[in-house]
Ligand binder design. Structure first.
Ligand code: GTP
Ligand code: MG
Length: 296
């Protein structure tokens, strides 16, 4: 789709399409998954409504498997968003105690590995149950994302089950816990907030370093990745106090080494440097030719 068509689609707001592109069960499979596109992951406790949200966003009933029994999604599922050409990733849930230890370990590994090593990950949408007070596992997920400088899109699910008062209360609670992140209340059942959520996802993906039509110079000048920078700053401070990894809460394994620079961010910096160098080179060339002119 051309830029003009995208603009028209945004104006009327046509829901994008979701196409299941890959289902990954092992850590090895994660390696080469969709390397060229931006990814936004949906993370959250089992049963919070991640897969239901995928279905609701796609306006489909059975695209992703949904169940009232926690632990339904056991793989990393990559959905291509058309026509925008980025990925939404449905992850297994965390925090479900009734599964075997080995199963929990595998899921925790998959989630952690995906979140830490997917260099194209531009944000993690953390789904939080609107009906519940902030849960320990969710707080740990937030800390995990902050510690790894992954921008967070907080989402309150099952908003149809909450009163307006409960929603506002939950929003205030999470706003304190997530810097720069006022949660968006959505309901996969009533459709509340879905349009806004799509717009948010599209904006995040399109303003990322992985957008397909990117005009790098303009992007750099507008400093689109400033959220990442701010979170990095915040993450570094937080790192000292909260070297929390997701696995601590799920599989009780010792924390892994935290990467201080995400590959994508480092690449962005590298590009900025190259553009600055190119600018300086052009300026020097212009000055040289001006000087030559004067001599003549
Ligand atoms: N009322 C209400 N129920 C919802 C909503 N979203 C999901 N549910 C219900 O919550 C249950 C769990 O939904 P899933 O989408 O399977 O949850 P999940 O987060 O993918 O769960 P795992 O795959 O186990 O991690 C199902 O019974 C859904 O019908 C919502 O917006 N409103
Ligand atoms: Mg699921």
């Amino acid at each position: 789709m051309q830029n003009e068509d995208k603009k028209n689609a945004q104006e009327e707001f046509v829901f994008p399409q979701l196409i299941l592109e890959e289902t990954l069960y092992t850590l090895g499979q994660l390696k080469n998954a969709a390397p060229e596109n931006a990814h936004i992951a949906l993370a959250g406790r089992s049963n919070v409504g991640k897969s239901s949200l995928i279905n609701a966003l796609a306006k489909r009933k059975q695209l992703a498997k949904v169940s009232s029994t926690p632990g339904k999604t056991r793989s990393v599922n990559l959905y291509r968003v058309a026509p925008y050409n980025f990925f939404l990733t449905d992850l297994p849930g965390y925090g479900y105690a009734k599964r075997s230890k080995s199963e929990r370990e595998l899921w925790a590994n998959l989630i952690e590995k995906y979140l830490v090593e997917c260099e194209n990950l531009v944000a993690v949408a953390i789904l939080l149950d609107c009906r519940l007070e902030p849960q320990e596992a969710d707080k740990m997920m937030v800390q995990f994302a902050l510690a790894h400088q992954i921008p967070i899109i907080p989402i309150l699910t099952k908003a149809d089950k909450c009163t307006q008062k409960e929603r506002s209360e939950r929003i205030s609670q999470w706003t304190v816990l997530i810097p720069r992140g006022t949660p968006l209340a959505v309901s996969s059942h009533s459709g509340l907030g879905l349009k806004e959520l799509w717009k948010k996802f599209i904006a995040v993906a399109e303003h990322s370093c992985f957008a397909q039509h990117i005009d790098l110079q303009q992007e750099v000048e507008e400093n689109i990745c400033s959220q990442k920078e701010e979170q990095e700053e915040h993450g570094e401070k937080e790192n000292q106090q909260q070297k929390t990894v997701l696995q601590d809460s799920i599989a009780q394994e010792p924390p892994k080494k935290i990467r201080t620079k995400r590959g994508a961010f480092a690449r962005e910096k590298e590009m900025q440097k190259k553009i600055a160098q190119e600018k300086a080179r052009k300026k020097a060339q212009e000055e040289k030719s001006r000087a030559k002119h004067k001599k003549k």
